[in-house]
Structure formats: structure tokens, C-alpha cells
Design a protein around this ligand. Structure first.
Ligand code: PMP
Length: 285
């Protein structure tokens, strides 16, 4: 089954799915993106991903390339045309193609829209979740508006590579005061000795994760205590459990931070339960 990608109004074979060299995404990282989970052939939390996309676009003053209902059709078409059962949709909007100039292009420049689909092996992901992942910590080096889901991801790229080179799967950024902001591609959580689930509150210094929101709903339903406050690396090292959340991984247990085991060194019960019940709280479309 060959993959097809939506590029500015056309469905193209994956190998031919190209954008112009003067696309502002390519030249300035002048764009935003979304990653949405596909499960059982349905989109997970499309409404929330669309709302976040609108917020990111508005923050950067990039026009919406298609009306929302048409965008929704494209997303579902991407699933259908790629016969995707389990995986992710990737959507990217840039400020469009124009002669290279830092300031905005002329009014009327059409934003570029790309939508691709990729299969993820659920068995492999489950195996990873059973084992848990290792995380490293690094100083925060990103810009001051990471609540915007911008495609400008160099610090995240370097952090992920550093993690990989140290045998870890994720890197947690740490602010100047020693508090964890979030992962290079996930939100960061711990469970304290007293059983409170802790994650950093929303602000310009973290991405408002969709998975994070759904996990909050799940915590409420399970009457688990949520404490939205920053936590330090030291507190994480002494925590009972740690985990990360992202659309592509749902709830992924963290069993080592900077080489030190967390809790008993195996995935904890809170993370496992949240992973198990997550989709009861998600929306499918
Ligand atoms: N933070 C960052 C930096 C991310 O890249 C992601 C993944 N897109 C997240 C958090 C988690 O967001 P979501 O739950 O919406 O995937």
C-alpha cells in the first residue's frame, strides 16, 4: 500500500510530495504543526487539536488555509487513503511561498498545508510502555513562546539527539531555577510519595498538550490528586513515578532520569492506569 500525502490541495505519492524551496517553512521555520493520534482508523481528539492549531495560527498571524470542515475532510481522507488503522497524522501549515524576505509576504499569499499519515506499530509502543523509558535533563534553550506549536524545533532536535546518544528516549528541559519545563516532544509528570500527580501549569514555557488535558480529565474521574505546579529535577529523582504524555505515545512511563532509577525502577501503577483508561476520556471522530 503506497502512502499518499496531501500537499496544497493535491494528493501526491509520498516520494513526490514536495513543497517549493521558497516555502517559508523551509526558509524561516515560519509555520505551525499538529500531530494527532489515529486509533482503530479514527482520529483521537480532533476537536482539541484543531482548536490548538487555530490558536497557534492566530498567534503567528497565519491565515487558516482551509475552512475547518474542509480541513476535517482532508484529515479523514488522509486516514482513508492511507488505510491507516493505528498511527499518527502530521499536519503542517506555513505562511506560504514567497520571495525570501523576513517580513510577512504580500497579503493574499496562500498558506501552505501538508497532511501526512504514518503507521505506528501498537505492539512495539506497548512493549516500550511495559519497559518504560529513560530520560535525560538539559538546560532550557528554547524561545519564550513554546506554547505556540511552531515547526521551529532546533533545540528539541538537539535535545532528542543528546538523549539518544545517552541511551535515553526523551530529554526534559530544565529552566534557570531548576524546574522541569517539559520534554523535547512531550509534557513531563511525576507522582509524589504522597500520591499526588504533578505537572507544570500552562504558560508560555510549555506546550498545552492535548494528551495532558485528557489525562487531567482522567485524573479527575479517578479522583486522583492533581497538583499543577513546577517540580525540580531533584524532586523528580525522588518521586514514586514519572511519565510523559504526547499524542504519539499517550502515557509513557519514565523509569530512569539521568541514569538514576525512579521509584522501583519499573513503570508505576498510576502511569499504567492512566495509559489503560486514557481512551475512555478521549474523543473519537
Ligand atoms: N510538548 C512538546 C514540546 C511537544 O512537542 C509535544 C508533542 N507534540 C507535547 C508537549 C505533547 O503534546 P500533545 O499531547 O498534544 O501531543
Amino acid at each position: 500500500m503506497s502512502r499518499v500525502v496531501y500537499v496544497n490541495g493535491r494528493w501526491r505519492p509520498h516520494r513526490d510530495a514536495t513543497v517549493h524551496v521558497e516555502d517559508r517553512g523551509y526558509q524561516f521555520a515560519d509555520g505551525v504543526y499538529e500531530v494527532c493520534e489515529v486509533r482503530g482508523g479514527r482520529l483521537v481528539d480532533e476537536r482539541r487539536h484543531t482548536e490548538r492549531l487555530l490558536r497557534s495560527l492566530a498567534a503567528l498571524r497565519i491565515p487558516l488555509p482551509l475552512p475547518i470542515p474542509a480541513l476535517s475532510v482532508v484529515l479523514h481522507e488522509a486516514v482513508r487513503r492511507n488505510r491507516l488503522t493505528d498511527g499518527i497524522l502530521y499536519l503542517q501549515v506555513t505562511r506560504g511561498v514567497a520571495r525570501r524576505d523576513h517580513g510577512f509576504p504580500p497579503a493574499g499569499t496562500r498558506p501552505s498545508l501538508v497532511v501526512s499519515a504514518r503507521r505506528i506499530d501498537p505492539v512495539q509502543t506497548e512493549r516500550t510502555a511495559q519497559a518504560g523509558i529513560a530520560v535525560i535533563t538539559l538546560p532550557e534553550t528554547r524561545w519564550a513562546r513554546v506554547d505556540i506549536k511552531s515547526i521551529s524545533l532546533l533545540p528539541n532536535v538537539l535535545a532528542k539527539q543528546a538523549a539518544r546518544e545517552q541511551g535515553a528516549r526523551e530529554a526534559w528541559f530544565v529552566d534557570r531555577d531548576g524546574y522541569v519545563t517539559e520534554g523535547a516532544s512531550s509534557n513531563a509528570w511525576i507522582v509524589t510519595g504522597a500520591g499526588a500527580v504533578v505537572t507544570r501549569p500552562l504558560g508560555p514555557d510549555i506546550l498545552p498538550g492535548i494528551t495532558r488535558e485528557v489525562v487531567k480529565d482522567a485524573l479527575r474521574a479517578e479522583t486522583l490528586t492533581l497538583d499543577e505546579r513546577p517540580f525540580t529535577v531533584a524532586e523528580a529523582l525522588g518521586a514514586k513515578e514519572a511519565f510523559v504524555t504526547a499524542a504519539s505515545q499517550i502515557v509513557m512511563p519514565v523509569v530512569r532520569i539521568d541514569g538514576q532509577p525512579i521509584g522501583t525502577g519499573i513503570p508505576g501503577p498510576v502511569a499504567a492506569a492512566l495509559r489503560r483508561i486514557f481512551h475512555h476520556h478521549a474523543e473519537f471522530s
